[in-house]
Design a binder for this molecule. Structure first.
Ligand SMILES: *[C@@H]1O[C@H](CO)[C@@H](O)[C@H](O)[C@H]1NC(C)=O
Ligand SMILES: *[C@@H]1O[C@H](CO)[C@@H](O)[C@H](O)[C@H]1NC(C)=O
Ligand SMILES: *[C@@H]1O[C@H](CO)[C@@H](O)[C@H](O)[C@H]1NC(C)=O
Ligand SMILES: [Mn+2]
Length: 598
């Protein structure tokens, strides 16, 4: 009896201690950045229906240095054509199949055959990436590479770079999805090569041409790891590319992460950066565009930053989240619009998307697309309309305003996609525009404002003279001429002050540009970039000044020499005053709120 009581007391004490510790533990880790891992994650998805695995909190925040220093050292010693990402060239003897291979690939495929499939590429990451540590526990990865008639060495270089530059225990498999290629290498020789040389890589041969979107889905259905990474078939993964993609997903599974995409030059295979990052976006014709990084992103150049729209071909997403979102809309044909569909879904349905500066992947941007038009009408337009109808609400109208024929395209059945949106209680497109792509309308206004002014620009100091661009071309200096409206001489004297706040030759994409900081600086013509800077102009209605640049100087002239220039503004100067033929006073009064902000 006594013993029993003692046991009971011991038991009670022990359990209360356990409870206290459990609560404490939970508190501590819940407040920090705990992670989700999925016990059941390896489950095959087989069909379209997702298996919903259990989320388990993993109380493990340990971070480690993931660099493979042996591999890095070995690669640093490599020499040969294209090694270290240097430009390479063919010699006379190797040139014989240059044209034939260029034609079918759109890049210098003959040169690719001369460069090792395991060549070294330069580590061009931000310096800070070299000392960055990532969670020790990261999810496993299936890499999916759809291809149609990819050239054999660029395809193998993609697979080899992934295998060589990924921690073996994270990389579960690489699936090359052969979208019914007709090149001889694509079937048995490829299978044999992989079996002999790259055992983690396998090819999935689709029985009919399926298009990029369905090929990606086919690969995803075969994948068994916790994270899916989609790559193009002519890419090269750079050093330590995986951990920066995986960590944000480990921290929150409803996350998609894109690497920085570097440029593998189509002629020489030189490897270089395209820029230091930007946020993905679109204009209202659905051309992919980029927005500048935000000030807080610039402060942390090695940290992932939020991006509204993915570039499309290269991204990592948790398998669970991908299938919760139903993957891609299978009604999207061949290619086009899929990166918008997935990006909108990710954001609107409770997820988030990042670009990771410390993960870099090189990509061959072709010189031209070698593929024939599939002859399926405006399939891209149909895809766009499907995406717009399901996800964009009232904003779809801005697309249709620019492409009225979209209204008549048959989208096919949208029940499943609309059902998904309801089921996941996804947010309205307006929410996406206000919270994620909030600065997009400044650069790409849904309704383009009219012009601030249009017509001739006449000098008040010499009222017979007008600004005349003289049918000149890029980099040529603009001057003055007798006004055409006064004498019948030919001239080019019609200009618009557009909502981009640049001064354009009417009907051309040529802008007045001043780059010279000297006291008196010429005005030259330059293709319009819509980015202010050297092309920024403002018209002051009261003073009748054309002001240039952020540190404004005034448009001025020498009537004798018919010379035009900018100069510091002077209240008393008559030659700095200009009559602009038609000015929209309403718009000028609203200057600050239109187009790009000061
Ligand atoms: C394996 O790779 C080597 C070296 O690139 C190549 O020569 C060989 O043909 C490959 N094996 C197969 C079966 O393709
Ligand atoms: C300038 O272009 C506008 C619009 O095309 C036209 O209405 C106007 O007459 C033109 N003005 C001159 C001076 O050519
Ligand atoms: C001036 O701009 C306003 C606002 O964009 C527009 O409604 C109006 O029609 C314009 N006026 C003229 C004369 O173009
Ligand atoms: Mn590509």
């Amino acid at each position: 009896m006594k013993r029993n009581i003692r046991t009971l007391v011991k038991y009670l004490l022990l359990s209360s201690v356990t409870v206290v510790f459990t609560v404490l533990f939970y508190r501590i880790f819940k407040s920090k950045d705990f992670r989700y891992t999925d016990v059941q994650f390896g489950a095959k998805y087989g069909g379209v229906e997702p298996v919903a695995p259990q989320n388990v909190l993993a109380f493990d925040n340990e971070k480690i240095d993931w660099h493979d220093y042996d591999q890095i050292k070995q690669e640093s010693m490599r020499t040969g054509p294209g090694e270290q990402g240097k430009a390479a060239y063919l010699n006379q003897a190797e040139n014989h199949n240059y044209d034939a291979l260029y034609k079918v690939n759109g890049f210098n495929a003959a040169l690719s055959d001369k460069i090792a499939v395991d060549r070294a590429v330069p580590d061009i990451r931000h310096k800070g990436c070299k000392s960055k540590k990532y969670l020790k526990n990261l999810p496993s990865v299936s890499v999916i590479v759809p291809f149609h008639n990819e050239h054999w060495t660029t395809l193998l270089r993609t697979a080899t770079s992934v295998v060589n530059r990924s921690p073996p225990h994270l990389l579960k498999e690489v699936i090359l999805v052969d979208d019914f290629s007709s090149k001889e290498f694509s079937r048995k020789p490829l299978d044999d090569y992989l079996a002999a040389n790259l055992t983690k890589v396998r090819a999935l041969h689709l029985p009919e041409r399926s298009g990029l979107i369905r090929a990606r889905l086919a690969g995803a259905r075969e994948a068994t790891a916790e994270v899916l990474i989609f790559l193009d078939s002519h890419t090269e993964a750079n050093v330590n590319w995986l951990p920066p993609l995986l960590e944000p997903i480990a921290q929150d599974y409803k996350t998609c992460v894109c690497p920085f995409i570097d440029v593998v030059q189509y002629e020489t295979f030189e490897y270089r950066a395209q820029d230091e990052g930007a946020r993905g976006a679109f204009d209202w014709e659905f051309f992919y565009k980029r927005l500048p990084l935000l000030p807080e992103d610039l402060k942390h150049p090695t940290e992932p930053f939020k991006s509204p729209i993915m570039a499309g071909g290269l991204f990592a997403i948790s398998t669970k989240f991908f299938w919760e979102l139903d993957g891609y809309d299978e009604g999207l044909d061949i290619w086009g619009g899929e990166q918008y569909e997935l990006s909108f879904k990710i954001w609107q349905c409770g997820g988030q998307m990042y670009d990771a500066p410390c993960s870099r992947v090189g990509h061959i941007y072709r010189k031209y697309a070698p593929f024939p038009n599939p002859g399926k009408g405006d399939f891209v337009g149909r895809n766009y309309r499907r995406v717009a109808e399901v996800w964009m609400d009232e904003y779809a109208e801005y697309l249709y305003m620019r492409r009225p024929h979209y209204r008549n395209l048959d989208t096919g059945d949208l029940t499943k996609q609309k059902g998904l949106r309801d089921r996941l209680q996804c947010k309205p497109f307006k929410w996406f525009m206000k919270n994620v792509a909030f600065d997009l309308p400044l650069k790409y206004p849904p309704i383009e404002p009219g012009d601030f002014g249009v017509g001739e620009i006449r000098n008040l100091g010499a009222p017979e003279l007008c600004v005349d661009s003289g049918f000149k071309d890029k980099d040529q200096i603009v001057g003055l001429k007798e006004c055409v409206s006064d004498n019948k001489q030919r001239g080019e004297q019609n200009f618009t002050l557009t909502w981009h706040k640049d001064l354009r030759v009417k009907g051309k994409s040529m802008c007045f540009d001043v780059s010279d900081p000297n006291e008196k600086a010429d005005v030259v013509l330059y293709p319009c970039h819509g980015m202010k800077g050297n092309q920024y102009w403002r018209y002051d209605v009261e003073k009748q000044w054309f002001l240039h640049g952020g540190n404004p100087r005034c448009l001025d002239c020498d009537p004798g020499q018919k010379r035009l220039y900018v100069k510091s503004c002077d209240e008393h100067s008559k030659t700095q005053k200009w009559r602009f033929e038609n000015v929209n006073l309403t718009m000028i009064a609203d200057w600050e709120n239109i187009g790009v902000q000061e």
